[in-house]
Design a protein around this ligand. Structure first.
Ligand code: HEM
Length: 503
């Protein structure tokens, strides 16, 4: 058959390309290209047609979307919206799409079934902190402080915050600094941590309008860089000091006394082992230190407020329910005794106190919307389309208070956990104060020990009452970490006359 009777489209193509010298092989290649492109375009348009719709949600304004209508108490606002729009709803946050997930089934989809797409990052290599000795000695210091203040009002929240921060920082640099220097460094560090937490909690326009990020209109990026630099400087001081101590130790100027095996020590030993091969420099050591907890400031910022606010809420709830307090104290007397101080080994044998911790985390989960998860590809949740790059919030606070899951859901009732298998290991999507899946909290063991050990010590050594005329206020305030709106101020009363129990 002659080429002149070919398909009109081919004739057309041939005439428009008539200036070129095409061999049949070129033509075949060219046509295959066109065919492949058409197939791709057809599949994409078919896929688009098959994509489910976006989740429902309240109407917003052009350009700003729902931003002007957000209530600062985001958790209660999201919970109210879920009642209107269901367990998967959308909010337009400037250029970003926010998706709020409010049911165990849809949370399961995000955190388990589609964990890989939603985790935002690949696996982690997190070195778990060693913290036993630090927790014990820091909490004993707090007991000593409270003994001096016994009978007068104490800002319990602040004391707990300081204790937890000291536990975490001692884990990092242990016995490197002592006395006044330790206080000064602690104060510096506390300031950096609280500035970082405040900054992280501020709404950043760049998050909602990524193309404005380069202008850093509110200066948040610049301030954060400054804080990270201060954070770095503190670490640098610690490392230099530790290296000096090591050198002196080797020269025999120290008596070779017991070395504290803190994290910094551990890294320095690692450095020694590697030195000959890799010449780990100061910068390398610092980088190693910083990288060792996916990010050290994540650990300090993530671990301090969460643990101390949980302890504060637990104290407030227990003080508000005397029957719970007497059960805790009876358990402590049976396990620890009246002539003994609480030790780490007692912790595993306090099931009622453990139930109190779980119930506190049910009603007041510290990271109440988890850390926003963002899908790395378009996907579906609850049958709705969730586009790549959206921010997905899991409203754990609402799930933990859902009356269809929990009986008397708003009541503080630790007994519900006493003989139940319900745990926070990330397998139960009705209860997930530490999250679940790939991004689950890395500090669960540390948080558990710190919360239980602090509560056991504070309730074993002291009775607690509110200052005259005060009423317990359990109101919560939204933040990246949920906190008590009003700091807990209470009066510690000594339970034992033996001063040895307060050392
Ligand atoms: C009661 C105390 C604590 C609670 C309720 C808590 C809760 C959480 C939650 C809900 C997440 C996010 C999980 C997700 O988005 O899926 C998280 C992440 C994290 N937590 Fe905790 N946490 C606590 C204590 C700690 C402690 C003591 C540390 C440090 C030793 C710590 C370190 C971290 C880190 C580094 C992450 C980020 C993990 C990642 O995204 O890769 N947390 N935590």
């Amino acid at each position: 058959m002659s080429s002149t009777v070919s398909h009109p489209l081919l004739q057309n193509l041939r005439s428009s390309l008539s200036g070129y010298d095409f061999s049949p092989a070129h033509l075949l290649l060219f046509l295959s290209g066109i065919f492949a492109i058409s197939c791709w375009a057809w599949r994409r348009s078919a896929e688009k047609k098959n994509w489910p719709s976006l989740p429902p949600g309240p109407a917003g304004l052009p350009l700003v979307g729902n931003l002007p209508f957000l209530d600062p108490e985001l958790h209660t606002y999201f919970t109210a919206l879920a009642r209107m729009y269901g367990p998967v709803l959308k909010l337009q946050l400037g250029k970003k799409l926010g998706v709020v997930v409010t049911s165990p089934a849809t949370a399961h989809e995000v955190l388990k079934d589609k964990d890989f797409t939603f985790a935002c990052r690949k696996g982690r290599d997190v070195r778990r902190p060693r913290h036993r000795a630090a927790a014990t000695s820091e909490i004993r210091k707090t007991v000593w402080y409270l003994r001096i203040r016994a009978g007068s009002p104490v800002n319990v929240g602040e004391q707990i915050f300081l204790t937890v921060l000291n536990v975490i920082t001692s884990t990092l640099w242990g016995g490197t600094v002592q006395g006044e220097e330790r206080e000064r460094l602690g104060a510096d560090f506390r300031q950096v941590v609280s500035d970082m937490t405040d900054l992280l909690g501020k709404p950043n326009i760049s998050d909602f309008y990524p193309y404005l990020a380069q202008f850093d209109l509110q200066g948040i990026e610049r301030q954060m860089k400054g804080l990270v630099k201060r954070f770095d400087q503190i670490f640098e001081q610690m490392i230099e000091k530790r290296l000096k101590m090591e050198r002196e130790d080797r020269n025999g100027s120290l008596d070779g006394g017991e070395k504290s095996k803190d994290f910094l020590q551990f890294l320095l030993e690692l450095k020694d082992e590697e030195d000959a091969k890799t010449h780990l420099t100061m910068t390398g050591l610092k980088a190693l230190l910083m990288a060792s907890f996916s990010s050290t400031h994540d650990m300090v910022v993530g671990g301090t407020d969460t643990s101390s606010n949980t302890i504060e809420f637990a104290m407030a709830e227990v003080m508000n329910k005397p029957s719970v307090l007497s059960k805790i104290q009876r358990e402590l007397e049976a396990v620890v005794g009246k002539d003994n101080i609480v030790e780490e080994s007692h912790i595993r044998r306090l099931p009622y106190l453990h139930a109190v911790m779980k119930e506190t985390l049910r009603l007041h989960p510290a990271t109440l919307l988890l850390i926003p998860h963002c899908p790395s590809a378009n996907c579906t949740v609850g049958g709705y389309m969730v586009p790549k790059g959206s921010r997905v919030f899991i409203n754990v606070w609402a799930i933990h208070r859902d009356p269809s899951i929990w009986s008397n859901s708003l009541e503080f009732h630790p007994e519900r956990f006493l003989h139940s298998k319900c745990d926070y290991g990330g397998n139960d999507f009705n209860y997930m104060p530490f999250g679940a899946g790939r991004r689950i909290c890395v500090g669960i063991a540390m948080a558990e020990r710190m919360v239980l050990y602090s509560l056991a010590t504070l309730f074993h050594s002291f009775d607690w009452k509110l200052p005259e005329g005060e009423k317990m206020d359990l109101t919560e305030q939204f933040g990246i970490v949920l906190k008590k709106k009003k700091l807990l101020v209470a009066i510690p009363l000594l339970r034992f006359s033996n001063p040895r129990l307060y050392e």
